[in-house]
Design a protein around this ligand. Structure first.
Ligand SMILES: Cc1cc2nc3c(=O)[nH]c(=O)nc-3n(C[C@H](O)[C@H](O)[C@H](O)COP(=O)(O)O)c2cc1C
Length: 277
């Protein structure tokens, strides 16, 4: 059935393609919108935890002496490309620490401010930090193969599943790029605990969350580049399969984006191919 003018006025749209419009409209800030009080915001932020603890899982401390990222910013930005031909070079724990810390690490103290959470390398609307980063690897020296969670507060990673999940990640990628699972040194999963932002900002909070995942992914791209690694941002994956792999319910917390990093294989057809996604 075709939509009428009045359906449009009421916001009743009939095709899936219009949902983005409805979403965007609904996520706009109105002059008369109200925020919760500062006290209730602080109380809710405490309940929603600064970082998921995963306390019983075995931890590996990240070295404070991480690999320096010495590439000039201009070079890091201008030489960034999506790397689709990579191989799994082994990397050091201090390289991984550099990637994680630059992407979402805590960089400043919050004392003396109205914010309750430590400020991080990436900006976050309201200082709410809704993202949680997981990664899978079997190519980091000193780490057992498996699935890990990064805790920026404790500056450590915890082993959630000590098994090689490469085949399951491959299956969860859209078929044309399933080989990335085996070719990457490490694959990062950027996930969001939505309520950390939406309790304060509503639908606009959801918009913020997606923007923030972009900030983090970009830094991972540039940091990987500075370490001499190629990287690829991945939107082509089956969300539910990845969520299940990470143990997320997909509702309160879900995967937003993946970033693979590995050694660039230069001059291959895949390396030239920019038409996939
Ligand atoms: C949100 C997003 C999702 C993407 N998903 C994929 C993907 O699943 N597979 C892929 O090969 N490239 C993916 N890309 C990379 C784009 O295809 C790539 O950035 C674009 O072709 C431009 O090339 P460049 O990154 O080398 O500049 C994605 C990029 C973005 C921003």
């Amino acid at each position: 059935m075709a939509t009428t003018f009045w359906d449009e006025v009421r916001g009743l749209k009939t095709t899936e393609n219009d949902w983005w419009e409805i979403f965007h409209e609904a996520s706009k800030l109105g002059r008369y919108d109200e925020f919760p009080s500062q006290e209730s915001i602080v109380a809710r932020m405490k309940e929603l935890l600064e970082s998921l603890p995963y306390d019983p899982y075995p931890e590996v401390a990240l070295p404070t002496e991480m690999t320096a990222l010495d590439m000039r910013l201009s070079e890091a930005v201008l030489s960034r490309t999506s790397c689709r031909a990579m191989r799994p070079r082994s990397i050091e724990l201090r390289d991984l620490a550099a990637l994680l810390h630059h992407a979402y690490g805590i960089t400043r103290d919050n004392s003396g401010t109205e914010y309750t959470r430590g400020f991080r390398a990436a900006p976050s609307g309201g200082g709410l930090y809704p993202l949680e980063i997981y990664f899978h690897t079997k190519h980091v020296q000193g780490l057992r193969p498996g699935l890990y969670h990064y805790n920026p507060l404790q500056r450590n990673v915890r082993l959630l599943r000590g098994e090689d999940l490469t085949p399951r990640i491959a299956e969860a990628l859209v078929p044309f790029q399933s080989t990335i699972a085996a070719d990457a040194s490490v694959i990062f999963f950027l996930t969001a605990l939505f309520e950390r932002s939406t309790f304060k900002y509503g639908l606009r909070g959801y918009r913020f969350i997606l923007l923030e995942a972009g900030h983090v992914a970009q830094t991972l791209n540039l940091a990987a580049n500075a370490l001499g690694l190629g990287s690829l941002n991945i939107g082509g994956y089956y969300d539910r399969q990845i969520d299940e792999l990470l143990g997320l319910d997909g509702l309160t917390q879900s995967t937003l984006y993946m970033v693979a990093a590995g050694e660039r294989v230069e001059g291959t057809e895949a390396d030239q191919d920019h038409h996939h996604a």
